[in-house]
Design a protein around this ligand. Structure first.
Ligand code: ASP
Length: 330
C-alpha cells in the first residue's frame, strides 16, 4: 500500500490578493531556521520594525482583513499562542484558537494530517505547536496552506529564534562581533537549538553553560563548527560573564525528562540575580524565552539590562511580519 506524501513545497495554490507572486515568503512554510539566509533576516526584521511603528501609531490596521489563522497547540503556551492571536488581530484578521486539543477531535484519535487538512478548509495559515520533533514538517506535507512551526518538541522554535535575534538587533544594534552565552537546559531547550543555528549566520562567539547532562546536542555544535563559529562549553557562568554581550537564560525543561530524579538533580542549577550581574558588562542584555521558573530572580527585573519583557513585545512584531509575509502582504 502506498501512502501519498506530496513533497514539501511552497504553497501558492491560489493567488487571492492579486499579483503577490513575487513577494518573498508568500505561501511558504516556516519550519526551521535553516531555511533563512542573512538577507532573509534583514528583510524580516525590516518588516517587523515597520510593524512596531504601525502598532505604536495606529494599534490595529487592516493588512490581513478577512484572513483567518488557525492556532493549533498540542502543548501548553502563553506567549506564542497569544502573540500570534494578537498579531493576527492587530493586522485585522481573525483566529480559530485550538489551544486545548483535548477538546478537539484530536482526543477522538484524529491524526495530525487530518486535523491540518480540516483546519485549512477554514483558515489561510496554520500555526502548529506539537510535542514531536518534525511534526510541523510532517503537517506541511499534507497542507496546501502555510504551516508555521511554533515549537516541535525538543526540535526547533524558529519564530522564537527570529524574535530573539530581532531583540538583539533592536537592543544592541549589531550581531556581528557579539559574544552570546546560552545558559541552562541546552539539551531539551528548542529555543536555543534554533537560536544557535540562526546566530551561526553571523560573526559571533558562543558560550554554552549547562550541567553535563544538559549540554547542547553534538549535532548542533558540529553544524556550527563547520561554519567556523567559536564555541566553548562550561559548567559555570563566572568565567565568561564579564565578556558576555547577550546572556540567554533558559528553563530546565521538566516535561522532557524521562527520569524525574535527573530533573531534580539539575533544577535550580543556575540562578541569575542582581548580584550575579555585578560582574556583567554595563552594555549587555539578559534574555529568556520565558516562562522562568526561578532561573532569573525578580531582583533582576528592574535592571535596564533585563530585556526579557521587552523580548515578548518584539515577538509580536516579528509574528505580525511573518503572517503578513506568508500571506503575501509584505
Ligand atoms: N516558551 C519556550 C518554548 O516553548 C521556552 C520554554 O518553554 O521554556 O520552548
Amino acid at each position: 500500500m502506498s501512502t501519498y506524501l506530496p513533497p514539501t513545497r511552497n504553497h501558492s495554490p491560489y493567488l487571492p490578493f492579486g499579483d503577490q507572486r513575487g513577494a518573498p515568503f508568500y505561501g511558504k512554510d516556516i519550519l526551521s531556521v535553516k531555511q533563512f539566509s542573512k538577507s532573509d533576516l534583514d528583510y524580516i526584521f525590516g518588516v517587523a520594525h515597520e510593524m512596531s511603528e504601525m502598532v505604536s501609531r495606529v494599534g490595529t490596521f487592516d493588512l490581513l482583513k478577512g484572513k483567518i489563522l488557525a492556532n493549533l497547540f498540542y502543548e501548553p503556551s502563553t506567549r506564542t499562542s497569544s502573540s500570534f492571536t494578537s498579531a493576527m488581530e492587530r493586522l485585522g484578521g481573525s483566529v480559530i484558537p485550538i489551544n486545548e486539543v483535548r477538546y478537539s477531535s484530536v482526543s477522538k484519535g484524529e491524526s495530525l494530517a487530518d486535523t491540518v487538512r480540516t483546519l485549512e478548509c477554514y483558515a489561510d495559515v496554520i500555526v502548529l505547536r506539537h510535542p514531536e520533533v518534525g511534526a510541523s514538517a510532517q503537517a506541511a506535507r499534507y497542507a496546501r496552506k502555510p504551516i508555521i512551526n511554533a515549537g516541535d518538541g525538543v526540535g526547533e522554535h524558529p519564530t522564537q529564534a527570529l524574535l530573539d535575534l530581532f531583540t538583539i538587533v533592536e537592543e544592541l544594534n549589531q550581531v556581528d562581533g557579539l559574544t552570546v552565552t546560552l545558559l541552562g537546559d541546552l539539551k531539551y531547550g528548542r529555543t536555543v537549538h534554533s537560536l544557535a543555528r540562526l546566530l551561526s549566520l553571523y560573526n559571533v562567539r558562543i558560550n554554552y553553560i549547562s550541567p553535563d547532562i544538559l549540554r547542547m546536542p553534538a549535532e548542533i555544535v558540529a553544524e556550527l563548527d563547520e561554519k567556523g563559529i567559536p564555541q566553548a562549553a562550561y559548567n559555570t557562568l563566572d568565567e565568561v560573564l564579564p565578556e558576555t554581550d547577550v546572556l540567554y537564560v533558559t528553563r530546565v525543561q521538566k516535561e522532557r525528562f524521562e527520569d524525574l530524579n535527573e530533573y531534580e538533580q539539575v533544577r535550580g542549577a543556575y540562578v541569575i540575580s542582581a548580584e550575579t550581574l555585578l560582574a556583567a558588562r554595563e552594555r549587555m542584555i539578559v534574555m529568556h524565552p520565558l516562562p522562568r521558573v526561578g532561573e532569573i530572580s525578580m531582583d533582576v527585573d528592574e535592571d535596564p539590562r533585563a530585556a526579557y519583557f521587552r523580548q515578548m513585545e518584539y515577538g509580536l512584531y516579528v509574528r505580525m511580519a511573518l503572517l503578513a509575509m506568508v500571506l503575501g502582504k509584505a
